[in-house]
Design a binder for this molecule. Structure first.
Ligand code: NAD
Length: 273
């Protein structure tokens, strides 16, 4: 696919939040607009997307598939079965690479709904993809070529970090860490803000300080040569203020709570698949 001088043609089926985050990122990284098409059932949405992103939009999913090298399925999981069955004939005629961002649907199920024997990549993105700071876990079935892997990794790198997993079951771990992870950090920010108010700050001040601290800590951890544990040790002086707070978290079993929360998340992901 990458041997061709032409860029791969990508069709997004279901131009919602996640699809527009991905094609928006691709366009920002220089992917040619002419090679991207997105479908939506709403005329208003199609007009909005064409105007905002300069890509082609269409109502007809089959027409979009018929011209695509890669088909990104980006509708809600509960819509996926009907969508796949409706695409089956076109997909089998053209045999594009299938990329699904739907939570909880495994590659074999999608392949089966689409008629079988297809190259399928399953992707678990997260909401910070909407601001170009996402983290996506990817699983490829055995039919996916190295060139196809590389292409999809490039496309998703335009909205953040890409991490391959070799076993599909590991997607549940990805869901528990990065898929649902933004909400854990939002919860911590909420708690920090409330604690700041309790200690006498205004809500606005407490929120600004909590958010900037979360951002600063993440930026520092990403840029530093030290791992997070070492960074923590370096800001925790013996018998100092930070040590007192860290001891309180440890006594309350923070690591155990995080372990249980992520197990519960992975368990729920298994139930839904
Ligand atoms: P969304 O509702 O914003 O987008 C889905 C779009 O698909 C809508 O615009 C809808 O009109 C359109 N659609 C539905 N049926 C269609 C059909 N038959 N043909 C064409 N278009 C159709 O949803 P979203 O948040 O973008 O989520 C899309 C997928 O991404 C879901 O499967 C979800 O599991 C996955 N996902 C989303 C996030 C996230 O952070 N938003 C994170 C991980 C995974």
């Amino acid at each position: 696919m990458n041997d061709s001088p032409q860029p791969s043609r990508i069709a997004f089926i279901g131009a919602g939040n996640m699809a527009s985050a991905i094609f928006g990122g691709m366009l920002d990284s220089g992917y040619p607009a002419e090679a991207i098409v997105a479908t939506s059932r709403s005329q208003e949405k199609r007009d909005d997307i064409s105007q905002r992103y300069g890509i082609r939009t269409m109502q007809d999913n089959l027409a979009a598939v018929q011209q695509a090298d890669v088909v990104v399925l980006a509708v809600k999981p509960q819509m996926m079965r009907d969508l796949c069955l409706s695409l089956r004939e076109s997909v089998q005629a053209r045999r594009p690479l299938i990329v699904s961002v739907a939570a909880g649907l495994d590659a074999a199920t999608l392949d089966n709904w689409l008629g079988g024997d297809l190259a399928v990549i399953r992707c678990m993105p997260n909401t910070p993809s909407l601001v170009g700071a996402g983290a996506s876990g990817l699983y490829a079935n055995a039919r996916v070529s190295d060139a196809q892997r590389q292409l999809v990794a490039e496309l998703l790198t335009s909205v953040g970090l890409v991490e391959w997993v070799e076993q599909e079951a590991q997607i549940e771990a990805v869901t528990a860490i990065s898929g649902s992870g933004p909400a854990y950090f939002f919860l911590f920010m909420e708690s920090l803000e409330a604690a700041g108010v309790e200690l006498g700050l205004s809500t606005e001040s407490a929120r600004r300080l909590a958010l900037q601290t979360a951002f600063g800590a993440a930026k520092m951890a990403r840029e530093s040569v030290f791992d997070p544990a070492e960074l923590r040790r370096r800001v925790t002086s013996p018998n100092g203020t930070t040590e007192r707070a860290i001891q309180t978290f440890e006594e309350a079993g923070l690591a155990d709570i995080v372990g249980r929360a992520t197990q519960a998340c992975a368990e729920r992901a298994r139930e839904l698949s």
